[in-house]
Design a protein around this ligand. Sequence first.
Ligand SMILES: Cc1cc2nc3c(=O)[nH]c(=O)nc-3n(C[C@H](O)[C@H](O)[C@H](O)COP(=O)(O)OP(=O)(O)OC[C@H]3O[C@@H](n4cnc5c(N)ncnc54)[C@H](O)[C@@H]3O)c2cc1C
Length: 447
Amino acid sequence: MSNIVIIGNGVAGISAARWIRKLSDHSITVISSETDHFFSRTALMYIYMGHMRYEDTKPYEDWFWKKNRIDLVNDHVNGIGFESKQLTLRSGKTMGYDKLILALGSKSNMFGWPGQDLDGVGGLYSLQDLEQMEKFSPDLKRAVICGGGLIGIEMAEMFHSRHIPVTMLVREESYWSNVLPPEESQMITRHIKDNHIDLRLGVNLGEIKDDGTGKAKSVVVKETGEEIPCGYVGLTAGVSPNVGWLKESGLEIGRGIKVNKHLETNMPDVYAIGDCAEQTDVQPGRRAIEAIWYTGRMMGETVAYNAVGKKIAYDPGLWFNSAKFIDIEYQVYGELPATLPEHLKTIFWEHVDGDKSIRINYHVDDYTVKGFNLFGIRYRHEVCKKWILDKTHIEEVLQNLGLANFDPEFYEEFESNIIRVYNQKESKNIGLKTKRGLSKVFSFLNR
Ligand SMILES: Cc1cc2nc3c(=O)[nH]c(=O)nc-3n(C[C@H](O)[C@H](O)[C@H](O)COP(=O)(O)OP(=O)(O)OC[C@H]3O[C@@H](n4cnc5c(N)ncnc54)[C@H](O)[C@@H]3O)c2cc1C
């Protein structure tokens, strides 16, 4: 029986632990210095907004770990001896391992801005970050958030939910324009402004000023020199793998910990997964580091097989992600880059209210469907996935688009609108054959 140690109790580390237990009787220890138990990082904002308590974000009851013989250790790993297979912990203890899984997650990017270490300045990544935001929220007159992207908008929504005025400094000319196609990026830009968030585009943080007591009192906009008074500064300019402390350890590190398709590092019996792992064998159209929840979960499962000796390759499957931009839900499946590459065509429909849209990408040559982008409308993951993986013709998809619709029964259906866009673009005259309905979905998926 092996002694398997996992550093990190996020979705990657915990998925690994659960799968190792399903597959074997090995001894499993999970070490983390953030919290005693696994919680859902994506739900952090809902704690602040009062929709959930911290307790509600824990996917498993506290008794689960003992019952499944997964030892949890709340400590920080300060050093790893890869030859001796020994970990040094902050508590002064040491711990040996036979196999080690690094699931260290990310940290908020800090680009050396003057004042970034002042009190009242923080990212949004850990539970401690949330506590920090909570501490500064009472009587807060304004928060300035530096950086767009998913975490920036979440932080803006959090303060906004408590009626705290928010200014957002975003480098791009339109919200998240490096990820979203222009129309969707502009839709969310408008939505942010409609929510009375003071969105400043095309600007960067210059410095954060000290009030003389070591606390932030304002930010200076780099381009204009404008000083914006504020009691809290949120730094949300992306995240990067939490690997700085391992740079001199002999572990091969690029931006993250380099892993092959079996999630093995260059050190014997050491694996890396989740946000901290950088794949060396990247599939076309995918990124070497995919810092999202589902990647952590899938890598956790794959690494478990490898750690118990059943060698399998990591398959990232179809790209998908989901999020919410204040009130607008977002789902993406497959190939949906911000700039349309030459091999793709696109059709896009947007509701006149500017809060719903459907985009479908398809191949220029064979017209097979390649990607879906949904805003304010929910589509079924399994249906979109099957169409893309089966290389289904765009017209077959459009005629049966109701199969994908996952909105509640009484919601309006907009599939005919996107078909109209296609007919116009391609000079065709196809119509919708299948409307929303669960029974048809089951037979389609089991076909
Ligand atoms: C606010 C927010 C919202 C998000 N929303 C979405 C979303 O909507 N959809 C989506 O797909 N993804 C989202 N993400 C990203 C997603 O949460 C992450 O990709 C995922 O949680 C990463 O999981 P992980 O297990 O790799 O790392 P983590 O969850 O970061 O876990 C790593 C753990 O290891 C601990 N650790 C690190 N080093 C040590 C050490 N030396 N000793 C002890 N412990 C250590 C850390 O403290 C941490 O607890 C969001 C992230 C944030 C911050």
